[in-house]
Design a binder for this molecule. Structure first.
Ligand SMILES: Cc1cc2nc3c(=O)[nH]c(=O)nc-3n(C[C@H](O)[C@H](O)[C@H](O)COP(=O)(O)OP(=O)(O)OC[C@H]3O[C@@H](n4cnc5c(N)ncnc54)[C@H](O)[C@@H]3O)c2cc1C
Length: 416
């Protein structure tokens, strides 16, 4: 079976590996002239990590990332609300990885290059449109070198072309535009002294003013490590903002003063902002769930199918889960339309739930509880928020996002 995947991002590359190992003849088309290490830090949840381990990528991931020990949710004054163990530290069979997005993409790309024929990746080709035929899909690409059209016929076409998916636009010409949450996210990476145990992520503040900080390198005996930070400010849903572009550069004066108070004894967050050479800005956007993903021999995957707020570290992980589910659907059915139907049935409702849960801020709802009840740095959190309230929020989210203990154990057992 010939498969054309549009987009060599995290979702597209994982899908290529999943389908190639099932004997399919896969081609990836990527609009970028070269696949370079772009982006800042992201997290790979244990269920996504498990899938990459099954592809044999555990050692490669471990070499270029941090295995996250815990997430600490803290108030805007720095008090600890919740320490949430992660990955193996929470009893999962797989780690949670904090990693540079570009490094994760590079690990996947290297594996694709090592296992698929060299002609399998077509860079500098922009997908423009498709046409469904009785026995496949015909894609029209635009070659960047001479601007000429190139036509490729395949049995199956997968749109893994990210948040501004052209494939999605053709399937759903009337789809609602991306919805802005009102929050802008400034992001950067900087070499910094380790904080806390050197393996913990800190999320501090509340939905109007928040920071997220985590190392993306394993500890180096107390030496500085690459550290990712995000500063989030709510500018209001109706405020105008520039179109979503992961590479848009920004400056300190757009946000740093608002977060000046986030200087804690264990971590001086504004210092990280000031020490960063490059700062990026991105609006927090998502989209209401689409009614369907499949259109004849064409389907959607990853951000193209379900853009979601980057809350709870789900963007990359959900794209990887899509890829694994699509692969499994072909184990269960050799009929292409039937396999696509299985894939959509399993993944569309599941990802719609994650989109909705992220709108409710997922596990970060604990920050809102603290915001309502904590008045200053000397307040005693344990007297203001009960463990039962905290557990209700975190356990529910783990279930929705698919990384609660029972789901992970079942997945590990079925992988054996
Ligand atoms: C450059 C870049 C930087 C990012 N940085 C971050 C980050 O710092 N933090 C974060 O949380 N998320 C980031 N993301 C998004 C994150 O990678 C995704 O949310 C998640 O990994 C899901 O991946 P995906 O494969 O669905 O989409 P993506 O990773 O976005 O990949 C989509 C791919 O499709 C390609 N493409 C798009 N249109 C076409 C077309 N018409 N023809 C051919 N190819 C096309 C894109 O160039 C891209 O390589 C970034 C995405 C990109 C593209």
């Amino acid at each position: 079976m010939r498969v054309l995947i549009v987009g060599a991002g995290i979702g597209g590359l994982t899908t290529a590996l999943m389908l190639h190992r099932r004997g399919m003849d896969v081609t990836l088309v990527e609009t970028a002239a070269e696949i370079s290490e772009l982006g800042t830090g992201i997290n790979l949840l244990p269920h996504g990590a498990g899938i990459l381990h099954e592809l044999g990528l555990g050692p490669q991931l471990a070499a270029v990332s941090l295995q996250t020990r815990a997430i600490e949710y803290r108030t805007q004054y720095g008090q600890l609300i919740l320490r949430d163990p992660r990955g193996r530290h929470a009893g999962s069979p797989w780690p949670q990885y904090s990693i540079h997005r570009g490094k994760l993409q590079a690990v996947l790309l290297e594996k694709v290059r090592a296992t698929l024929p060299s002609s399998a990746i077509l860079v500098a080709h922009r997908f423009e449109q498709f046409e469904n035929a009785a026995d496949g899909a015909i894609a029209v690409l635009r070659r960047r070198s001479d601007n000429l059209p190139v036509t490729i016929k395949s049995d199956l076409l997968i749109g893994a072309d990210g948040i501004h998916s052209t494939v999605c636009r053709q399937i759903h010409p009337g789809a609602a535009p991306l919805a802005f949450s009102g929050t802008m996210m400034w992001r950067g990476i900087v070499e910094a002294e380790p904080f806390l145990d050197g393996e913990t992520m800190v999320i501090a503040g509340h939905r109007d003013t928040k920071t997220v900080v985590y190392p993306i390198e394993a500890p180096k005996g107390g030496d500085p490590v690459l550290t990712n930070w995000v500063a989030e400010i709510n500018i209001g849903k109706n405020a105008s903002y520039q179109k979503e572009d992961w590479s848009r550069l920004a400056s300190l004066d757009e946000f740093a003063a608002t977060l000046e108070g986030f200087r804690f004894p264990f971590l001086d967050i504004p210092r990280l902002f000031h020490a960063s050479k490059r700062i990026f800005v991105y609006p927090m956007v998502d989209r209401d769930a689409l009614p369907f993903w499949n259109c004849g021999r064409v389907t959607l995957l990853g951000d193209a199918a379900h853009p979601m707020y980057p809350i709870g570290a789900n963007g990359a992980s959900q794209a990887i889960l899509d890829a694994a589910t699509l692969g499994q659907a072909f184990d269960e059915s050799t009929d292409i339309e039937a396999a696509l139907a299985l894939y959509e049935q399993r993944r569309l409702p599941a990802t719609a739930q994650v989109v909705a849960s992220n709108r409710g801020r997922g596990p970060e709802a604990v920050l809102e509880l603290a915001r309502q009840r904590v008045r200053g740095p000397d307040d005693d959190i344990t007297a203001l928020i009960s463990q039962v309230e905290i557990d209700a929020i975190t356990k529910n989210y783990q279930k929705v996002a698919g990384f609660d203990a029972t789901t992970l154990t079942n997945r590990a057992q079925s992988a054996r």
